[in-house]
Design a protein around this ligand. Structure first.
Ligand code: 3PG
Length: 306
């Protein structure tokens, strides 16, 4: 039985080493495919393994259908919008994520992006402080919860909206739970996105919602580019010179955003929210353990295609 790590964006070496060691200690073969150049490489890897560990790599129908020995795919991370779940279910392949394992890294980056933009991208000019400002957390999952905690340390006034998390859970953290996204965006100068990308959320962050944000608004996106309605955000930013957009995921229309609003946008060169040694170690170890636990004990706790 083989466990293959297939990552275009490699884990920290220590994380790869821990997967290899854990897999081999449990009697599994280990294979590594990093920084691969074509999707065909992933398809080939899928043909020759029982288990795949991926990051944002695209486990498309083609990859899944090629996996004749494949039994399980684990997305070492939170968002599993990169796995064709229908294709996996049709082939009887288990798909899992590793929720919470890289959340702290993403949460720290979200606050880092807020400081960076509030301080005029460290350009030497006067900026603003986060203390006392209203922060809206859009979706209160593992990352949203940690963003709230760190933001409270900064002295921010923290609000959240999550359609699926009971208000009492949010309020137990000293965060004000709101009834709607509309309310969140109307109240908060800073909004940090932590929603997944799916059929309901794609392009849902649109002109109508964003135009509710108060003066000197900053939208922080460490979630997914797909949730933003880019044309409508471009329109809003053209109308409002007080609106800033900072994102860990460059938009499809990156050049247009940068050409038009150079001082009001910032995009990381590649998605780096989860790109810390600590997050890599956590997610890598969880992935390999979940695979072994599935093969040895039939444990499907973190299955996302039930
Ligand atoms: C996630 O969904 O866990 C994050 O977006 C991290 O993705 P990455 O592993 O591709 O960096």
């Amino acid at each position: 039985m083989k466990i293959t790590v297939a990552t275009v964006k490699p884990f920290a070496p220590a994380a790869v080493a821990i997967i290899k060691e854990t897999a081999e200690d449990a009697g599994y073969e280990f294979a590594l495919l990093e920084k691969y150049e074509s999707q065909n490489d992933l398809i080939e890897a899928a043909k020759n393994t029982e288990a795949l560990i991926i990051r944002s790599d695209k486990a498309t129908r083609e990859v899944i259908e090629a996996g004749n020995r494949l039994k399980i795919i684990v997305r070492a991370g939170a968002g599993y919008d990169n796995i064709d779940l229908t294709a996996a279910s049709e082939k009887g392949i288990i798909a899992m994520n590793t929720p919470g394992q890289n959340s702290n890294a993403v949460a720290e980056l979200a606050l880092g992006l807020m400081v960076f933009t509030a301080r005029s991208k460290y350009n030497g000019k006067s900026g603003n402080e986060l203390k006392g400002k209203k922060l809206g957390i859009h979706a209160y999952g593992n990352v949203g919860k940690l963003v709230a905690k760190i933001a409270q340390g900064f002295g921010m006034d923290v609000f959240a909206f999550d359609a699926f998390v009971p208000k009492e859970i949010i309020e137990a953290d000293g965060v004000k739970a709101l009834d709607s996204a509309d309310e969140l965006y109307s109240i908060c100068q800073y909004v940090s996105l932590h929603i997944p990308s799916n059929e309901d959320t794609k392009q849902s962050i649109d002109y109508e919602l964003l135009s509710k944000m108060p003066e000197n608004a900053t939208l922080v996106n460490t979630a997914r580019k797909e949730v933003i309605h880019e044309d409508e955000l471009l329109k809003l930013m053209a109308e409002r010179d007080d609106f800033k957009y900072v994102s860990d995921i460059a938009p499809d229309k990156k050049t247009e955003f940068e050409e038009k609003f150079a001082n009001r946008v910032f995009f990381t060169p590649k998605k780096m929210g989860a790109q810390t040694v600590e997050a890599n170690l956590n997610a890598a170890l969880a992935s390999v353990k979940q695979i072994i636990n599935f093969f040895e004990n039939g444990d499907t706790t973190f299955q996302v295609n039930k």
